[in-house]
Design a protein around this ligand. Structure first.
Ligand code: FMN
Length: 330
C-alpha cells in the first residue's frame, strides 16, 4: 500500500502499486498516469518538490483489500477500510513524513518520489495479475529515507501466478458496480460478480423494460474505476447466479443470438493487456474493444421463451434440507 497526501486538501490516498528494488535506498514505483496517486504526485512536482510517500508491506487484510479499490477522489481508502472492518483503522504518523500508516504494519518504507524528469529508472517486466510478464518502461523512483519494521516481520507472498482466479478474495469491485448502477438509475439488479479477476463482469437483473439489460451493460462499461482492462460484460436474468460460471455459460449458450445480443465498443485498456498489438503499444495507443453480451431472454417475447427444465432455487433448497435432515436422523 502506497500512502500519499494531497498537498492542497490534506486528503490521504492509499493505492497499491508495484515497486521493485533498484539499488541501495532506491525503489522504482509504477503508478499509472490516471491513478489518484499520480495525480497527487504531479501537484508536488508542479511545485518543484518531491512527493513524500510511505509504502506499507503487510497489514491486516481488510485494509489491504480497500487499498486498490479506487475510492472517489477526496475519499480516503482508510475510511473505506474502516467501513469494511466496522471500526476505524488505527494509524500512526510515520516519523519522517507524518503520513498515517497502519499501526499494525509489518514493514514501512518512507521516502520521496522526485518528478520523472529529475530521476527515473527502467523497471519491469513483472509477473502481473492477467497472467503474463508485462510492462517495461522508465518509471518513477523512490529515494528511501527510512525503514520501520516489527521484529521478525512477516512478508506475505502472493505472487501473481497462474491460474488467474479471484486471488484477492471477494471482488469488492462488484459492490462498486452495483452502487454505480443504482446511482445511475438502473433498477432491479439482483447480483453482480467479477470473474477472472474482473476481466469478465456478470450482472444479473430482473428485466423490467426492453433494453434494460443492454442499458445496464453500457452503464457498467462506462464506469470509470482505477483499472482499465476489461473484456466481457454479461447480463443474465435473475434465475441465473452470476457467481456460478456454469449457469452463466448456459445462459450465454442458449439465450444469445450473436447477431442481435452482442455489442462491441472500443475503449481504453492497460499496458498490462497481453492482446494489445505491438504496433499500437509502440504508438501509445492503449485501446481495445470490449464485448457487451445480453444473455437475458429477449424482453419482447420473454413469456414465450421455453420454460427451463431445472428445479427452482426453492425446490433445490427444500430437497437439500430434506435429505440433510434424513441423513441426520440416521
Ligand atoms: C496487487 C495489486 C497490484 C497493483 N499494481 C499496480 C501498479 O503497479 N500500478 C498501478 O498504477 N496500479 C496498480 N494496481 C491497481 C491500483 O492499486 C488501483 O487501481 C487503485 O485503485 C489505485 O488507487 P488510486 O487511484 O487511489 O491511486 C494494483 C492493484 C493490486 C491489487
Amino acid at each position: 500500500m502506497v500512502i500519499t497526501k494531497d498537498p492542497d486538501s490534506g486528503w490521504i490516498n492509499v493505492g497499491t502499486y508495484r515497486a521493485s528494488v533498484a539499488g541501495k535506498n532506491r525503489l522504482t514505483l509504477w503508478i499509472i498516469d490516471h491513478k489518484h496517486g499520480k495525480q497527487i504526485a504531479r501537484k508536488y512536482w508542479q511545485a518543484k518538490r518531491a512527493c513524500p510517500v510511505a509504502i506499507v508491506l503487510g497489514c491486516e487484510p481488510a485494509t489491504w483489500a480497500a487499498a486498490p479499490s479506487a475510492s472517489k477522489a477526496g475519499v480516503s481508502e482508510y475510511d473505506y477500510a474502516g467501513a469494511l472492518r466496522g471500526e476505524p483503522v488505527e494509524v500512526i504518523p510515520a516519523p519522517l513524513s507524518g503520513l498515517p500508516v497502519p499501526a499494525t504494519s509489518e514493514i514501512v518504507i518512507e521516502g520521496e518520489m522526485p518528478s520523472p524528469e529529475e530521476d527515473s529508472e527502467m523497471e519491469g517486466p513483472f509477473g502481473e495479475w492477467p497472467g503474463y510478464y508485462t510492462h517495461r518502461g522508465k518509471e518513477c523512483v523512490v529515494r528511501v529515507k527510512n525503514i520501520l519494521h516489527r521484529n521478525d516481520p512477516i512478508l506475505l507472498g502472493n505472487p501473481p501466478l497462474l491460474p488467474v482466479t479471484e486471488r484477492y478474495g471477494i471482488p469488492l469491485f462488484a459492490a462498486r458496480i452495483w452502487d454505480h448502477l443504482e446511482q445511475s438509475g438502473i433498477s432491479d439488479i439482483q447480483g453482480i460478480w467479477c470473474h477472472c479477476h474482473t476481466l469478465m463482469v456478470v450482472v444479473s437483473l430482473k428485466q423490467r423494460y426492453a433494453g434494460h439489460a443492454m442499458k445496464a451493460l453500457t452503464t457498467v462499461a462506462n464506469f470509470n474505476t482505477g483499472a482499465s482492462m476489461y473484456r466481457y460484460y454479461v447480463a443474465v436474468d435473475d434465475d441465473i447466479d452470476p457467481l456460478d460460471l456454469k449457469q452463466v455459460i448456459w445462459a450465454m449458450c442458449t439465450r444469445v443470438d450473436p447477431g442481435e445480443s452482442i455489442e462491441v465498443m472500443n475503449s481504453w485498456t492497460s499496458d498490462l493487456d497481453p492482446r494489445l498489438r505491438p504496433e499500437k503499444r509502440d504508438k501509445g495507443d492503449f485501446t481495445m474493444s470490449r464485448m457487451l453480451i445480453d444473455a437475458c431472454k429477449p424482453f419482447a417475447w420473454r413469456d414465450r421463451f421455453p420454460l427451463a427444465n431445472k428445479f427452482s432455487a426453492e425446490m433445490r433448497k427444500a430437497t437439500w434440507e430434506k435429505w440433510m435432515a434424513e441423513l441426520g436422523r440416521k
